[in-house]
Design a protein around this ligand. Structure first.
Ligand code: AMP
Length: 570
């Protein structure tokens, strides 16, 4: 087995990695570090999170940058704020014994002023998310003229999130770039394209299996009736006592509502949606990350950028429309070589959609019976008993109490003690599930076969628990057509765009008709009575630092034409 010394790493870095307990380099480190240390090579590392890839690029970067030169020499671009902070944290640890080296994180959702101040102090390594970096470039607040090394970390995630244009823009704006190091867990064709265009003869290293779809995820689904969706969700959670998962909903209203309802019922859950301030978001994410929160419920837009290790389950409260969105959701679990489960709750009308996702995703989906009340109780019971048996009793001063306990329990049998413990723990479950109904969709429930056409138009169980005074739009007859200066170039897929406009406006999907997306603009059909609410909620707001313009496309004026110059054009 190789050592870090043998790879040629600076002694000060080895001292730091020693202290971190790194004895031998991981596979990706062993293969990447010598290549990267040799200077001007392009490199592709196909490796997942958890393989040690941060050190695989972080150590050589620290080794080769010029600590005496106080300008940015290396740029690491990664998809999320969380990952950005994590990379900086690790690099800080590695450079413990190096003086004069600075690394700074720049990411969205935090004060740009403070980040500009940090950059001005003279840093050698910048770790950035694409959106904020471009903002800084456009403000001329960062100097990329002398960047020699660019690392693209989790490149596939960045493309998934729609950052392809941004990445290309960044690569085009690093004129002194000598080396481009690209790390990715998968190798979709888009990444090949980027690498062909911007890298020359890259050395490619693969660690573990690389697939376009993640085979370590078990895709499962439960079929229920529309009105039982919430109850089914609860039962799935109860049936998986050790669950550490993310539940996805299509709208923020659902995320909020389900979260509140589950919290009231004693579940350990919080919601992540667009209405939270950065501070609230950080608090929720912090709790989820340190596992003081077992479940997170989120919309796709709000979950952008979440990168948490060890997620056991992803639950689709409803299926998304786009396969890409499904892949993105399910990819939150089964990472770093761990097994993960992605569960979808579907009802009869959604089966065709599930089959479509299954086909495109090229993975088999497993239909499971929704557990009965008895199944849940049994599962909870054994989970608790396992916990009881594995409780650590080596530290406490338990021995002193044993004689007293023995006396107290002299006339109680071991079986009775167990029963009593179980009763205390399971009373709630047993009572709740005593007469629990069968939630599986049986043939008797199918009053009429679902038609594809009415999908997305019906007023369905997404309105669960409504009628609570939530503001309702006036239902006028007919549709309006709205214009908005957002399009696919802004990184939207149709489903994420839909969700974005619904989240912003607090409207429900069934007010929408056809959506026509182009590169730069989109046209939205919307029920007339809801049009003004949509315009009021979006027009004038900002998206990625740009002002959104939305108006009625058919009422004359400048609708349908955007004069806004786009970055990277012209
Ligand atoms: P990463 O894939 O960079 O997120 O790293 C996953 C985890 O492995 C991190 O907690 C690192 O601190 C740890 N790690 C990285 N390299 C090594 C190594 N050579 N030996 C032991 N642990 C490591």
């Amino acid at each position: 087995m190789t050592t870090f010394e043998a790879l040629g790493i600076d002694a000060r870095l080895i001292q730091a990695t020693d202290e971190l307990g790194y004895v031998n380099p991981t596979a990706i480190q062993e293969q990447a570090i010598p290549v990267l240390l040799s200077g001007t090579k392009d490199f592709i590392g196909l490796a997942q999170t958890g393989t040690g890839k941060t050190a695989a690029f972080g150590l050589p970067l620290l080794h080769i940058i010029d600590a005496a030169a106080k300008y940015p020499q290396a740029l690491v671009v990664c998809p999320t704020r969380e990952l950005c902070l994590q990379i900086v944290k690790e690099i800080e640890l590695f450079k413990k014994y190096m003086t004069g080296v600075s690394v700074v994180a720049v990411y969205g959702g935090a004060s740009i002023g403070l980040q500009i101040r940090d950059l001005k102090r003279g840093v050698q390594i910048v770790v950035a998310t694409p959106g904020r970096l471009i903002d800084l470039i456009e403000r001329k607040a960062i100097n990329l003229e002398q960047i020699r090394y660019v690392v693209l970390d989790e490149a596939d995630e960045m493309l998934n999130m729609g950052f392809q244009d941004d990445i290309e823009f960044i690569l085009k704006n690093t004129p002194a770039r000598e080396s481009t190091w690209l790390f990715s867990a998968t190798m979709p064709p888009e990444i090949r394209k980027v690498s062909k265009k911007y890298m020359s003869d890259p050395k490619e290293v693969t660690v573990g299996k690389v697939n376009t779809t993640n085979k370590s995820i078990d895709h499962q689904y439960y079929v229920t009736t529309a009105q039982h969706r919430y109850e089914t969700l609860k039962r799935i959670i109860d049936f998986n006592p050790g669950i550490y998962g993310i539940i996805f909903t299509r709208t923020k209203a659902d995320a909020q509502e389900i979260s509140e309802r589950l919290t009231r019922e004693g579940y350990d859950i919080d919601a992540l949606h667009g209405d939270l301030t950065q501070q609230q978001r950080d608090r929720v994410m912090g709790q989820f990350r340190d596992k003081s929160l077992q479940l997170l419920i989120a919309t796709d837009v709000a979950a952008r950028g979440i990168d948490v290790a060890g997620i056991s389950h992803v639950i689709n409260y409803e299926l998304p429309d786009d396969v890409e969105v499904y892949t993105h959701r399910s990819g939150r679990t089964g990472r770093a070589g761990n097994q993960g489960i992605c569960i979808s709750i579907v009802h009869a009308k959604e089966m065709y959609k599930l089959k479509q996702i299954e086909r495109i995703n090229k993975s088999e989906f497993h239909k499971l019976d929704i557990p009965s009340g008895k199944d849940v109780c049994r599962k909870q019971f054994f989970f608790f008993m396992d916990k009881l048996l594995s409780a650590d009793i080596s530290h406490g001063d338990y021995e002193t109490y044993v004689p007293m306990l023995a006396e107290k329990f002299a006339d109680v049998s071991k079986e009775d003690v167990l029963k009593r413990v179980a009763a205390m723990e399971f009373d709630r479950f047993l009572k709740y599930y005593e007469n629990a109904e069968d939630l599986n969709l049986r043939s008797r429930d199918r009053k009429e076969p679902g038609s594809r056409e009415d999908f997305g138009r019906r007023r369905d169980d997404r309105n669960m628990g409504r009628g609570d005074g939530r503001k309702e739009y006036a239902r006028g007859g007919g549709y309006s057509r709205l214009f908005v200066n957002l399009g696919t170039k802004d990184g939207f897929f149709k489903a994420s765009f839909l969700q974005f406009i619904l989240d912003m406006s607090d409207l429900k999907k069934d007010v929408l008709g056809k959506i026509d997306m182009k590169d730069m603009n989109s046209w939205i059909e919307i029920e007339r009575g809801a049009a003004q609410q949509m315009i009021r909620s979006l027009d004038g707001k900002s998206y990625k630092g740009r002002r959104i313009r939305m108006n009625d496309a058919d009422s004359g004026g400048p609708a349908g034409y955007s004069k806004r110059p786009r970055r990277g054009e012209g």
